[in-house]
Ligand binder design. Structure first.
Ligand SMILES: *Cc1c(COP(=O)(O)O)cnc(C)c1O
Length: 411
């Protein structure tokens, strides 16, 4: 950072501090991951300054010869990796990708059935605070109160009653696999599009360690910075028939110029995702999540749905007499970074957040395995149970620091 240190020492210092925070804390945020160093190089490359509008071969500015090549590379690699008929690599984010999917084939006011936010859905699935709820008429399905799993009978019943033009599968916090085949079957019964938002699951699906929604869905979106490890931005996969509509929904429909450096990062992570090392990380991500759930269960936490099939562990902390907000704070104090989360039972009692959402991606990408997961579960429990005992918290903080030192992220 020799140029930055000269131009703006204040910002340079903040970047150094953030790097040190990342190195010295345990990241259990399910929507975060550590990216390979090469991704960071690409994001800071000269492609950052190229202005592109339109698509390869049909741009609105000159000088796009290499931008075209790199976008075509991202397109062909992405299609191959996910077995998709069509791909758009321009979305700035998961939310932009989702907006483009809605606006590609729907009219304002059309009906969409999606998962409710308190049961695990996403803001962009028609939450009242999202612009999506003002453009379309949403109805929501949830999980069964006992099993905490998606209730496909409810999805079917609501679909027949509500007659949506689009059904959305996919969630922000749902630790189990979704039956895409069944969702597709329901969508077919009511002649509705099936759109799967696999924002969190891109990397796991790319590595083929969990089932892919691509063969069953008309549209699939994901973000590149979660399990995918590829820096920020979103991607849309779809059937060939919708390709043109998706392209114009992204540009000029929902976005202007796209960020070429993000497109290059997508090309790069799609290449890396075909290599054994990436597949191994994704496999271990699943193993670590399952193991973390088991350890916390043994310590008396209630694991929502009783376990996990992906990188997420949803933990009900109320058996320990805590709420999610307090738990998040106690953990941050010792250097364990996680986020509070509503869990299905909370939706019955507004204003309470009983859960923590933990993810195994970032710790796995920095090389941690089962012995470290055991340690992390011990440290989490020690910090929560002894949150008023300064001596214990000091000891836990020190152990977090020592554990991180053994698994450097960037050096
Ligand atoms: C994270 C997430 C998104 C949003 O991605 P942004 O890049 O933050 O816009 C969309 N849908 C789901 C299900 C997500 O989990």
């Amino acid at each position: 950072m020799k140029f930055l240190s000269k131009d703006d020492p204040e910002v340079a210092e903040l970047i150094k501090k953030e790097e040190s925070r990342i190195e010295n804390t345990i990241d259990l945020i399910a929507s975060e991951n550590h990216s390979p160093r090469s991704i960071m190089e690409v994001l800071g490359s000269v492609f950052n300054t190229k202005t592109i509008e339109g698509y390869p071969g049909k741009r609105f500015h000159a000088g796009c010869i290499y931008a075209d090549e790199v976008e075509n590379l991202a397109i062909s690699r992405g299609k191959q990796l996910f077995g998709a008929e069509y791909i758009n690599v321009q979305p700035h984010s998961g939310t932009s990708a989702n907006l483009a999917v809605y606006f590609s084939v729907l009219e304002m006011g059309d009906r969409i059935l999606a998962m409710s936010l308190p049961h695990g859905g996403h803001l962009s699935h028609g939450h009242r605070a999202s612009i999506t709820s003002r453009c379309f008429e949403f109805n929501h399905y949830g999980v069964n109160n006992k099993t905490e799993l998606i209730d496909y009978d409810e999805v079917r019943e609501l679909s027949h009653k509500f007659k949506p033009r689009m059904i959305v599968a996919g969630a922000s916090s749902y630790p189990r696999l979704i039956d895409y085949e069944k969702m597709a079957e329901i969508a077919k019964e009511v002649s509705s599009y099936l759109f799967t938002d696999m924002a969190h699951l891109g990397g796991l699906v790319a590595a083929k360690v969990i089932p892919s929604p691509v063969p069953h869905s008309d549209f699939v979106t994901f973000t590149c910075y979660k399990t995918m490890m590829g820096g920020r931005g979103g991607v849309i996969l779809c059937k060939q028939d919708y390709g043109k509509k998706i392209d114009s929904a992204i540009f000029p429909g929902c976005q202007g110029t796209s960020a070429v450096n993000l497109i290059v990062a997508k090309a790069l992570i799609f290449k890396l995702a075909m290599e054994p090392e990436f597949v191994d990380i994704q496999k271990k991500t699943l193993e670590n999540a399952a193991y973390l759930a088991k350890q916390l269960d043994k310590k008396g936490y209630r694991i929502v749905t009783g376990g996990t099939d992906n990188h997420q562990v949803l933990v009900d902390v109320t058996p320990k007499g805590l709420k999610g907000n307090a738990a998040e704070k106690f953990l941050e104090f010792v250097g364990v970074i996680a986020n509070r989360n509503v869990i299905p039972i909370d939706s019955d009692s507004p204003g309470t957040v009983s859960g923590l959402r933990l993810g195994s991606s970032a710790v796995t990408s920095r090389g941690m395995g089962k012995p470290e997961i055991v340690k992390i579960a011990d440290l989490i429990d020690a910090a929560m149970v002894n949150h008023e005992n300064k001596d214990v918290l000091d000891r836990v903080s020190k152990e977090v620091f020592e554990l991180c030192k053994k698994f450097p992220v960037y050096s």
